[in-house]
Design a protein around this ligand. Structure first.
Ligand SMILES: Cc1ncc(COP(=O)(O)O)c(C=O)c1O
Length: 396
């Protein structure tokens, strides 16, 4: 394993500070490193591997598609993208989809669409966008600017013009910043990277009315919290507040790179031929992967599993909070949960890994739990058992 790491260090840019293990294969909710050690995976590629690893239908459908068509230009229609679009549209409040390849690109598309819309209906200066502090929207220049955390922006000035940031869940502050040049407000219904902070329903209701009153595009960034993660297909459904635009990626492809931006008709119309494009967007392999994920979530009980397992995991985390004083909060929805600690989480994450459990941090002092959506009670108990042993070591 060390040999692979040495070889990797020589040729791969130093942007990730990887843990010193090499993951070689996966099955169900387990991963194996190149030395054969087994890990229970509560990370799922950071909320990506919705069906876990090696799901037989997922492998089968993509394999069949692989023998038919691997890529084709968007100058032509393709069956897998039409099928996936129908699944997404028929199960949401949206009318049209634009495909891309990542979460950043999905948010980037939402930013561009909102600017087009603002300028078309409210004049050349209507391009300003308000986002939330502690948000995360990606790493491209526009999306890192949209991200309300300076640590991701250092070294990249000048940033994109026209962005401002307000406290999450603080409607009074938002209302003060909105002006006639605001074209969009972007919100993660549950902030992921920022530390698992859910929006308040009442806040989202007020934001919706504010956007309606001022014809501002309301964008929900559901790259992390969408596609079943909360127990609903879309996170907006959990809060019962309909955005105009949503960005998706991560879980949508279940491990295959895909991003998508969905919009209601009146907003989608702001894009005309030539306004935006992506060579790989709507790739037939990626869309086939997306359709398998969607069908499993909607028709094969996975959404129900997220509700059940999410509730169970939260109960078990609450039990830990009762035992260990270092846990100061338990929050989140479905299988997007976090525990806040009064100490650094870095060593806890490392120690869990040693003991065969993969978990990750988020924000400051938060451990995030975003396991595959197929996880069951037995695996949750196993993971909690390991975490409990580790927390015992860190409790003063
Ligand atoms: C809410 C949200 N938006 C956007 C992104 C960026 O996605 P990607 O890394 O696929 O570009 C992320 C990634 O963590 C995210 O959590």
């Amino acid at each position: 394993m060390n040999e692979w790491i040495e070889r990797g260090k020589k040729v791969i840019m130093n942007t990730y500070s990887q843990f010193p293990i090499v993951i070689e294969k996966g099955d169900g909710v387990y991963l194996w490193d190149s030395d054969g050690k087994k890990y229970l995976d509560f990370v799922a590629g950071i909320a990506v591997n919705a069906l876990g690893y090696n799901n037989s239908d997922y492998v089968k459908e993509i394999s069949i598609q692989l023998t038919k068509l691997q890529h084709c230009s968007n100058l032509y229609w393709m069956i897998p993208s039409i099928e996936l679009s129908e699944l997404l549209i028929n199960n949401s409040c949206f009318d049209k989809i634009f495909y891309c390849n990542s979460g950043s690109e999905a948010v980037e598309a939402a930013i561009k669409l909102s600017k087009k819309y603002g300028k078309k209906f409210h004049g050349e200066n209507c391009y300003e966008i308000i986002t939330m502090k502690k948000s995360f929207h990606g790493r491209t220049m526009a999306t890192v600017t949209a991200t309300g955390q300076t640590k991701y922006q250092e070294g990249y000035n000048p940033l994109m013009p026209g962005f401002s940031y307000v406290d999450f869940n603080n409607f009074n502050e938002l209302e003060k910043v909105v002006n006639e040049n605001t074209c969009a407000i972007i919100i993660e219904p549950i902030q992921g990277e920022g530390g698992i902070h859910p929006a308040e329903k009442n806040y989202l209701e007020k934001v919706r009315s504010l956007c309606d009153k001022n014809d501002i595009v309301l964008v929900f960034d559901e790259v992390q919290c969408g596609i079943g993660r909360t127990g609903e297909l879309f996170a907006y459904q959990l809060f019962d507040i309909k955005p105009d635009v949503v960005s998706l990626a991560k879980g949508l492809g279940g491990g295959f790179p895909i991003g998508a931006m969905l919009a209601i008709q009146s907003k989608a119309d702001a894009f005309q031929p030539g306004d935006h494009a992506s060579t790989f967007g709507g790739n037939p392999l990626a869309c086939t992967a997306g359709s398998v994920v969607l069908k499993k979530l909607l028709f094969e009980g996975i959404l129900e599993n997220v509700q059940k397992s999410g509730k169970y995991l939260k109960t078990r985390l609450n039990e830990l909070q009762d035992i260990y004083e270092i846990i100061t909060d338990v929050r989140g929805h479905g299988l997007m949960l976090g525990i806040e600690l009064s100490c650094s989480v870095k060593d806890i994450v490392k120690e869990c890994m040693e003991k065969g459990l993969l978990i990750i941090g988020a924000g400051e002092n938060v451990i995030r739990f975003v396991p595959p959506l197929v996880i069951g009670k037995e695996e949750i108990d196993k993971g909690i058992g390991i975490l409990k042993k580790v927390l015992q070591q860190f409790q003063k």
